[in-house]
Design a protein around this ligand. Sequence first.
Ligand code: GDP
Length: 440
Amino acid sequence: MFDNLSDKLDSALHILKGHGQITEVNVAETLKEVRRALVDADVNYKIAKEFTTTVKEKALGQDVLTALKPGQLMVKLVKDELTQLMGGEAEGLNLSGTPSVILMSGLQGSGKTTFSGKLANYLKTKKTKKPLLVACDVYRPAAVNQLQVVGEQIDVEVYSEEGNLDPVKISQNALAYAKQNGHNVVIIDTAGRLAVDEAMMTEIANIHSAIQPQETLFVVDSMTGQDAVNTAKAFNDRLNFDGVILTKLDGDTRGGAAISIKSVVNKPIKFIGTGEKMDAIDVFYPSRMADRILGMGDVVSLVERAQEQYDEEEARKLQKKIAKNQFGFDDFLTQLHQIKKMGSMKDLMGMIPGAGKMLKDIDIDDDAFKHVEAIIYSMTKEERSTPTVINASRKKRIAKGSGTSVQQVNQLLKQFNQMGKMMKMMQGGGGKKMMQMMKG
Ligand code: GDP
């Protein structure tokens, strides 16, 4: 995410390293580079200029903070200002109303249908709501079908009316249906066009005034840069929407939309989309995003994701197995799958401070796990639970069966043994021993 921008900001802020004092000259030099980095990331020039002016004023008024190193101080000022620019605090959804009605707006291809599904899934699993998805794209039967596929995937009901060409009527009927059937959230997916046009705007404005949603969300593809900001403005002028959804942040986006949109329309970014799958949705936290942009990682989100996957019952079972020396390859595989559920490796690595930068040129391949899986799947039940039985001829068989080499099998066995040793140490109250080992 935002690799280019992160790199450029990093080198801009490096200018100050090595200087004992913040002077007007080195601040100006640094900020010129920061501004250039922002403009290159497709942040509007005016916003970038205002941004650096504010940081400059703050930097020069910071006599009190001379105790800090200037480089660190500048990073902090830039981070605080980036956070402010992206909205300050995280803002949740307004889920008042029975049912609460959420209206999706945005251009075709922005990710409305996908996000409608993600949001329904999020509300269902995290907030124990009973959502209803409503298909209001009356022009493209394929769009209705797409929402139905999404609904099936996440087990959420989809309301549609074949043959009805009036989206206002459909959404009104859907609300009545939701009330009768105990749905407490209604998410309405609407038709988009390839570009802003009057007919589309009128249509969505009509739906908006007929159903008075608690939340009108504007969905926008973050890859579209400045266009994203212009489209947001056009929709906001007409709909006065409540929040922005930035999709496709997993792609090679430059970051301009994320940074500028709030200050142009003065509406918060509420969620981000980070992939095509239904669980690729995150609440947008301006300060965490600023951390990521500045290459500081996002440990808070990483820990949250780990916690989501943490299953206490499973953890207890695992502990018992380790204590009894029964941790086998099947358990190893279970652990592996849990890590995979947390997200793509590249995404996870990006959350570790410093790691994103270190690994940015390395193509982290989620398929790397596939070898490990293949090797384990080629083992017999006995070999999985008692790996010590794996002798040379068995290794050959396993390598052949999994399409890998004996060397790869050896490597996995070695890693598995090391992991076993480490786990034993942690079990035996060996925290201290572990620390010693890590210190070398
Ligand atoms: P709509 O026309 O606004 O309803 O857009 P869709 O939901 O059909 O999305 C258009 C395309 O973008 C589809 O291929 C989606 O799979 C893809 N897409 C949507 N959100 C994301 C995202 O967050 N990341 C990525 N990589 N692709 C996405």
